[in-house]
Write a protein that binds this ligand. Sequence first.
Ligand SMILES: *Cc1c(COP(=O)(O)O)cnc(C)c1O
Length: 376
Amino acid sequence: MNRPSLPRSAWVEVDLAALAQNFRQLRAELPPATRLLFVAKDDAYGLGVGPASRVALEHGADRLAVFTLSEASELRTAGITAPILLLGERLPDELPWVLELGLEPCVGRLEIARQLSELGQQRGRPVPVHLKLNTGMNRFGLPWQQAATWSRELAELSGLEFAGVLSHFAQSDELDKTFARNQLARFEHSLATLRAAGVNPRLVHQCNSGGFLDLQEAHFDVVRVGILAQGIYPSAVCRRISGLTPVMSVKARLVAVQLVAPGDSVGYGMRWRAERPGRIGVLPIGYGDGYPRVRNEGSVLLHGRRVPIVGGVTMDALMVDLTDLPAAEVGDEAVLQGSQGGETIPVQELAALKRSVSYDVLVNWRHRLPRVYVGR
Ligand SMILES: *Cc1c(COP(=O)(O)O)cnc(C)c1O
């Protein structure tokens, strides 16, 4: 359990002013009638679902999406009344909570559609749902090939309110948009079939950040933006828009300095050795906080300069070579993700160390790192 009131010399810094600015920028990119949904799943990609959602709603988003009931519950407890789209797929034991919390679930299985309709009839008020269509991602959703069949069935369910219909791109941020356009065509075809059966969902949506940037023809009524609101592009090749800045930084203070002589080793396994007399700085953050478990790879910023990680990252700490930075001393602030002086360690650099994607880095900063909100 994280106790934010207790001091810790390693933390995640969340720049709420940057987040607000990003939302104003994204809002300005869209026609006034297009709605902006903030995908706040996985604790708003690590920012903290409550504070981040509040800023999003104040600066251009008009609805939210989360994946779990507990994330939705946290938002409702914080007094947020905006529409909340519940992503993914539910099992029957979750359905009463969907109603209780006033959520708009994605529905991609007829079985669940029927059960929700039943619950809507019982309470005498239809349950708002967003029909999820599988157009090629093959994760969640009703299969586009069978649109005629499920459309007829859905048209019979009087306990549902069709608040929306959506699909999700399997590939939206790469240069080749062939399959994305294919998915768009399948989506439009399914929509026509659905409407012909008498089901007219209020809001149509297909785009994530990649689609927002590169597939304007698929914007429909709502765009669902996650990573772009964080000031991070989903890939290196998608369209750039000016004025976005990263919201999250990760920082720690030097807590120890060791003097080493030539031949001395650093860390478990003794896989790094000093070649000259030097100084080793210790930062109290490790793989137990979400830092990639690398060895003799990666760097941090100190005094606005890059210093290399030496030895292996340990659970709670990592070591850096301060030999070329004689002014560095205990208490100095280091940046592990983000900017200092003129230097930046982008999240993509950590993703490369982890052989993964930036999303994975953002959401895996553990909650034992306090979230420090600045720019309120
Ligand atoms: C995560 C998610 C998004 C947001 O994706 P980004 O690339 O972060 O913008 C949008 N829609 C669905 C269904 C998602 O699961």
